[in-house]
Design a binder for this molecule. Structure first.
Ligand SMILES: Nc1nc2c(ncn2[C@@H]2O[C@H](COP(=O)(O)OP(=O)(O)OP(=O)(O)O)[C@@H](O)[C@H]2O)c(=O)[nH]1
Length: 457
């Protein structure tokens, strides 16, 4: 689905080539695709309408400067507006209150409140060095109280006992009193959830809010909830002065459109994202990255530009011609490719701009290690004489030792590089004419974009 959208947008970007500004006529098709993308990402319809209207207003008549085409500029506007709507920058937990700072967790059953409570306890203890107490106000399900006890212990925080025979208000007051007497910095209050919004539940949580006077009232919402997120968010907003949102289960398949809906309906900032069931699976919400996820295409404009600037297409063409004419591919070419990768801003910076789905795949690769590997390879080649670079087959064992010492690596690494180079040269010799450029384009990975140089490993 995401790549289909990317293809469509790339096609439209091409169609809009040569037009100097965004106009009513050329923007229609593009906005239709964006609208579809948002609906497919499960953003609620009224929110989509509103959003599209805002983007249109911002885009119309805008001059398209520099090398950007109107289509690319529009994608940029959409991305920016999405990120702005979901809240720019980061918003950590506010603890500015007379201790204990109370944090009230609200949300439907199964949204991930209990898990998030423990994740927050861990975050506040480890990152902000706070002494944290948790308590469950869920008097309807003893299992929920037990669950909080278990996960709180895993988080290394303290849990305050409560029981199904108590009233939530009683529990809250007792926990508050205990937290004060024992000098806790933070009291995290987990609450009962229901499968759907329920008047009794809303009354109860309102009462808890009044008793506790929390500094943060966090609305926990499942990113997979889709269109329903709007109704849930509206009901909680009407009942409580929400101060923040935690979007859970972002590690799932959903494109996370709920973020946009919930943010727009409640007006509260999205503070955290839950990205796994584990207690360290809590991240500070990154609106820009999430905008890319919703559109399913990463920061394509930036990627297009970065790649276009970094790749010396002329050098790539020369290389292709060389292979084609049978002149051979030597270690200087190999070095050139390594340097081009560096020019493009490094692997990790490219990674940040990939569409979510691709980034997840690429994320399995250790980028830091890959970058160090590139630097080591560069060091080895630079320790060789120009003649050795052209004819690596003449390098004898004694020279290998010297080269390794010059690059500050083990001899095995020199051997590994020479083997890799050998394999690559064999592969290139086999390639039919024009194959290299095709391969480069393929490795660029996205239609409508200039190809990236073939990665030499
Ligand atoms: N993959 C993933 N699973 C999560 C995340 N957060 C919570 N879960 C899972 O979602 C399920 C429900 O989470 P709970 O924390 O029990 O939800 P709750 O809102 O407290 O539910 P009640 O206690 O029943 O009201 C559990 O299986 C969690 O492990 C997340 O960020 N990612």
């Amino acid at each position: 689905m995401a790549s289909a959208l990317t293809d469509k947008l790339s096609r439209l970007v091409k169609q809009m080539r040569g037009q100097a500004r965004i106009t009513e006529a050329n923007v229609q098709d593009m906005l239709r695709e964006v609208r579809m993308a948002l609906l497919e990402a499960d953003v609620a319809l009224p929110v989509v309408r509103d959003f599209i209207a805002r983007v249109k207003e911002k885009a119309l008549g805008q001059e398209v400067l520099g090398s950007l085409k109107p289509g690319q500029a529009l994608v940029g506007i959409v991305n920016k507006e999405l990120a702005a709507t979901m809240g720019e920058g980061v918003a950590d937990i506010n603890l500015a209150a007379q201790p204990p700072a109370v944090i009230l967790m609200a949300g439907l059953q199964g949204a991930g409140k209990t898990t998030t409570t423990a994740k927050l306890a861990k975050h506040l203890q480890e990152k902000r060095k706070k002494k944290v107490l948790t308590v469950s106000g869920d008097v309807y399900r003893p299992a929920a109280i037990e669950q909080l006890r278990t996960v709180t212990a895993q988080a290394g925080a303290e849990w305050f006992a409560s029981g199904p025979e108590q009233k939530p208000r009683e529990i809250a007051l007792a926990a508050l009193d205990y937290a004060k007497k024992h000098f806790f910095d933070v009291l995290l209050v987990d609450t009962a959830g229901r499968l759907a919004i329920d008047e009794v539940l809303m009354q109860e949580i309102k009462e808890l809010h009044a008793v506790l006077n929390p500094v943060e009232t966090l609305f926990v919402v499942d990113a997979m909830q889709g269109q329903d997120a709007v109704n849930t968010a509206r009901a909680f907003k009407e009942a409580l002065p929400l101060t923040g949102i935690v979007l859970t289960k972002l590690d799932g398949d959903s494109r996370g459109g709920a973020a946009l809906s919930v943010r727009q309906i409640t007006g509260a900032p999205i503070k955290f994202a839950g990205v796994s069931e584990k207690l360290d699976g809590l991240e500070v919400f990154d609106a820009e990255r999430h905008a890319g996820r919703i559109l399913g295409m990463g920061d394509i404009v930036a990627l297009v530009e970065q790649v276009a600037q970094g790749v010396d297409m002329e050098a790539a063409q020369k290389l292709a011609a060389k292979v084609k004419s049978g002149d051979g591919f030597d270690l200087n070419d190999f070095l050139g490719q390594l340097q081009q990768m560096k020019q493009m801003g490094g692997l990790s910076s490219l990674m940040d701009k990939l569409p979510a789905q691709l980034a997840a795949k690429a994320g399995q690769v250790d980028m830091g290690k890959a970058e160090r590997d590139i630097r080591r390879k560069e060091g080895i080649i630079c320790s060789m004489t120009p003649h050795e670079r052209r004819r690596p087959d003449i390098i004898k064992a004694t020279r290998k030792k010297r080269i390794a010492a010059g690059a500050g690596v083990q001899v095995q690494e020199v051997n590994r590089l020479l083997n890799e180079f050998d394999q690559m040269r064999t592969m290139m010799k086999k390639m039919k004419s024009g194959g290299l450029m095709k391969m480069m384009k393929k490795m660029g990975g996205m239609k409508g974009m200039p190809g990236m140089p073939g990665m030499p490993f």
